[in-house]
Design a protein around this ligand. Structure first.
Ligand code: RIB
Length: 293
């Protein structure tokens, strides 16, 4: 049985380091280039596994070299890849620019991720057998809704990281136990309302605040703010995913929300100190060593 199951995307990240992000119509020269495993789903699955949770991943890769490398990498990280398909398509690709302040812009070509539309009975059984289902929005929305429905029918906690943000149907929001968003995503979903009002639809809302840490909003309870340690950030790519995967792992392990939040904030602060999405995700021993007691 998996403690955490992630239904989501896997990409190959093509990362360009630049002094600053180019403006429209402008060309800039890169100061470095690398290719790394990424995609919000893969990043969260790896983060959960490295944090110590038995983790399974349901995803779609292309039948190309990137797909084979990704599968091998997931296996190396101890992720159960039974639900990872190899389809007749290109593996998803992300074009990422990271500036000298560690901020990024990302363009995703979904490739095989957009073909993840066929949850099978084995996928449903794996979701139902897991403690926490973690999802994002880089795969078709119908798959996210279907997976949430399966989880809701059992005891699996449903967590959605609403990234990249889009309008979400009430049916999905009302099937969530936990919503994780950054400030921009929170404002998109709340519209004119205060972020706190999102808890009328989802009982637990976590707003990640970058270098400021994270905010926990719960229906009917006072908000809790967890500060992030002050670190030298070189690349924020995948920090939110590290947060989500480690938060899911903490909850699956039985941590209380606030403890899991501190655990996840610490992990995210470690991830921004090195480059790349998957390459920067910390191991459990590193998170434990850096977690304030
Ligand atoms: O959240 C970071 C991720 O967004 C990158 O790894 C990239 O692949 C995109 O999915």
């Amino acid at each position: 049985m998996s403690s955490v199951i992630v239904v989501g995307s896997a990409n190959v990240d093509q990362v360009f380091r630049v002094e600053r992000i180019p403006s429209p119509g402008e060309t800039v020269l890169s100061t470095g280039f690398s290719t790394a495993r990424g995609g919000k789903g893969q990043n969260q699955a790896v983060a959960a596994a490295r944090a110590g949770a038995p983790t399974a991943f349901i995803a779609a890769l292309g039948d190309d070299a990137f797909g084979s490398d990704t599968r091998a990498g997931l296996i190396d990280d101890g992720v159960d890849v039974t639900g990872v398909r190899s389809l007749d398509a290109a593996t998803g690709t992300a074009l990422i620019a990271v500036d000298s302040a560690g901020e990024n812009t990302i363009i995703v070509e979904a490739g095989a991720n957009r073909l993840l539309v066929d949850l099978q009975s084995a996928d449903a059984a794996a979701i139902a057998a897991s403690s926490v289902l973690a999802m994002q929005l880089e795969i078709p929305l119908e798959t996210v809704i279907a997976a949430a429905r399966i989880a809701r029918a059992g005891d699996t906690t449903v967590m959605l990281n609403a990234a990249p943000i889009r309008d979400l149907p009430d049916e999905l929001l009302s099937s969530l136990d936990i919503l994780v968003v950054n400030e921009h995503e929170a404002s998109h979903l709340a519209g004119e309302r205060d972020w706190r009002e999102l808890t009328e639809q989802v009982p637990v809302v976590v707003v990640t605040l970058g270098s400021e840490g994270a905010l926990l909003l719960r229906r009917g309870l006072d908000e809790v703010r967890v500060a992030a340690p002050s670190v030298h950030a070189v690349d924020a790519t995948g920090a939110g995913d590290t947060f989500c995967g480690v938060f899911a792992a903490g909850l699956a392990e039985g941590m209380e929300l606030e403890q899991a939040l501190r655990f996840a904030v610490t992990a995210a602060s470690l991830s921004v100190q090195s480059y790349g999405a998957v390459p920067s995700i910390p191991l459990r021993a590193q998170i434990d060593a850096a977690t304030p007691r």
